[in-house]
Design a protein around this ligand. Structure first.
Ligand SMILES: Cc1cc2nc3c(=O)[nH]c(=O)nc-3n(C[C@H](O)[C@H](O)[C@H](O)COP(=O)(O)O)c2cc1C
Length: 332
């Protein structure tokens, strides 16, 4: 391979733009080693979940209340659950750092700017190369306006940014009304990287059992079109580097993301479906594409198809199928 596929994302030097995203794939050392051996540029460890910690505490609190334990006792449990969860996570970071040479990104899933943000400091001290915040507040509270919801995101980022010095990455959702505005403003908060977008847990119905069940856990290979458009629209306007997540399944969609302006991609579903060897194939496709088009480095073609570089930028604003349907009246 003549082409140099190394890249820089969130201040981290990566030998490849393929980052393996946060999931069970990145929750133990054996897996992490396989991902590194197969050419991953970095790994994002499985998230530590703020909600899980709160839930566990609430379960203990219910039990304790039944037996009439006092608040001091509950405080002790609150403290202990948090410390136990955090200690396990800190050990994973330390183990990964001791055994891998690629960057190790820790991940926290958060829904508030409460005192858990102190965890960020311990994650930094454990040696993580960066911290990714996976923030999603389900907009299901009918009393919360979009402005209030947005404020929570910005408060979390502000709080964590003030506590740590390692690169800070925000993995965000597409569920904002003023999406471009939120993306660009988040990029100006002092963070180092933005990931567009997280993929959420979806629900479906079993109509015979009348039960709710998990829907479609993994992304399919066409879902990349959503982050593609939004990276293309915003990459020329943001103050930090960007990575694409959701639906990037092969080298071709990775090249598209780089053309849109991304510096890296975070992949999960494709590794579940095709194994860690998929990373090698993606790296190979990228190098061959670069050789074919005479690009020596990723910066030679990154962003060439972003909205601010493309000949007809209004194409990114187009949302209606108008002509497509009027051209195809004979379809039935
Ligand atoms: C089984 C599974 C577990 C995941 N766990 C986490 C997690 O703990 N933290 C997180 O930030 N994202 C998690 N994600 C989201 C992924 O990191 C990724 O952003 C998403 O799956 C989109 O990428 P993909 O289309 O390549 O799968 C998970 C995804 C899957 C499928």
């Amino acid at each position: 391979m003549a082409a140099n596929i190394s890249t820089k994302f969130a201040g981290l030097e990566l030998r490849s733009p393929v980052i393996v995203g946060s999931s069970a794939l990145t929750s133990n050392l054996a897996n992490l080693k396989k991902l590194e051996e197969n050419g991953a540029g970095a790994v994002v460890l499985k998230s530590i979940f703020e909600e899980e910690i709160i839930f566990e505490y609430n379960e203990y609190a219910k039990e304790a209340e039944k037996y009439g334990y006092d608040y001091e006792y509950l405080d002790y449990f609150d403290y202990k659950i948090k410390q136990d969860n955090l200690n396990k996570y800190i050990n994973l970071i330390k183990e990964a750092k001791a055994n891998l040479s690629i960057p190790v990104i820790a991940s926290v899933n958060c829904i508030s700017a409460h005192e858990w943000t102190n965890f960020a400091k311990r994650i930094e001290e454990a040696g993580a190369d960066a911290l990714e915040l996976n923030i999603f507040i389900m907009p299901s509270d009918i009393n919360k306006t979009s402005t209030e919801l947005e404020e929570t995101y910005f408060n979390i980022v502000k709080e964590v940014r003030s506590k740590i010095h390692i690169p800070l990455i925000v993995k965000m959702t597409q569920y904002f009304t003023g999406l471009a505005n939120v993306i660009v403003n988040l990029s100006k908060t002092g963070i180092d990287g933005l990931v567009l977008f997280n993929r959420h847990y979806h629900l479906d119905f079993d109509i015979d059992k009348r039960e709710v069940r998990a829907a479609h856990v993994f992304s399919d290979e066409l879902e990349y079109i959503l982050p593609l458009r939004w990276i293309a629209i915003t990459s020329g306007k943001t103050d930090c580097t960007m990575a694409a997540s959701t639906g990037v399944h092969d080298g071709r969609s990775m090249v598209k993301m780089i053309l849109a302006g991304a510096s890296a991609v975070e992949v999960v579903s494709t590794i579940y479906k095709h194994g860690p060897q998929r990373i090698q194939k993606m790296n190979q496709f990228l190098a061959e594409y670069m050789d074919k088009h005479g690009y020596n480095t990723i910066e030679d073609f990154r962003g060439l198809m972003s909205q601010d570089k493309i000949k007809h930028p209004d194409i990114f604003e187009r949302v209606q199928f108008m002509r497509y349907f009027s051209d195809r009246e004979d379809i039935l």
